[in-house]
Design a protein around this ligand. Structure first.
Ligand code: ADP
Ligand code: NI
Length: 220
């Protein structure tokens, strides 16, 4: 419910909800509609706490994975899908620029992207990252590994410490290595104080999980 927004913006939000739900509901790589749903809820919670614009944050959160490289032939094709949608909904030029800027620049990209400049960007990026830290993140990571045919763990495959955007995209990994290559690093890349608090707790839980995984692996 966004009851304080104009009729026009409420219409755009409602249509975008339906559109994204339809587009991503069959997705099985961990970027499905329910991921979007969680990111939207978290983005709105953070937006309220941080004084960011609710409409921009919700729209960017809703559309952020419609453009994802992993779900499209290329990043450009993905961004075109977002632009076409905003066009069809007659989103105001200024809002549109804000939304597409966030979506095009928010991804982790192997840690190679700089933090986003606007508070709305920071909020949406944090919301997406919080879904990659904690209990649900653990599940998503194993689902993703299964989806692309990676193993859950292989002690012979070393953790890649520093990666270019290219290596991050194309190199093979395992679910457990992904914790070290990305997930356990996210806590230090959170933008806003409200998100940092949540990240801190979820991070601890994830760290304990990885610890126990290794203990059981060793037969302890
Ligand atoms: P972003 O949304 O920041 O671009 P990704 O789409 O790359 O991040 O990743 C989203 C989630 O998908 C990760 O948090 C993780 O759970 C899962 N994932 C991505 N890449 C891998 C991988 N190589 N191995 C296991 N899980 C992955
Ligand atoms: Ni996402």
């Amino acid at each position: 419910v966004h009851s304080d927004l104009s009729q026009e913006k409420q219409r755009i939000l409602a249509n975008t909800y339906t559109f994204v739900k339809q587009e991503l509901s069959g997705e099985t790589s961990g970027h499905d509609w329910w991921h979007i749903h969680r990111v939207v809820q978290m983005a709105r919670r953070l937006a309220l706490a941080e004084g960011a614009d609710d409409y921009i944050c919700t729209m960017a959160a809703l559309l952020h994975d419609i453009a994802d490289e992993k779900l499209n032939p290329s990043k450009e094709v993905g961004m075109q899908r977002v632009n076409d949608w905003l066009d069809r909904q007659h989103v105001q030029t200024e809002d549109r620029e804000q939304i597409t800027y966030i979506i095009a620049n928010m991804s982790y990209n192997g840690g190679n992207n700089p933090p986003l400049p606007t508070i709305e960007g920071k909020v949406v990026q944090d919301a997406d990252r919080l879904d990659a830290i904690g209990a649900i993140a653990i599940a998503r990571t194993f689902v993703y590994a299964g989806h692309v045919g990676d193993m859950m763990y292989d002690p012979d495959l070393p953790v890649r410490e520093q990666m270019s955007a290219e290596e991050y995209r194309n190199g093979r990994s395992t679910a457990i290595n992904h914790f070290h290559e990305k997930l356990l690093k996210l806590k230090n890349r959170i933008n806003t104080p409200s998100a940092r608090q949540i990240a801190e707790e979820r991070h601890q839980y994830m760290e304990q999980y990885v610890q126990r995984f290794y203990e059981e692996w060793e037969g302890r």
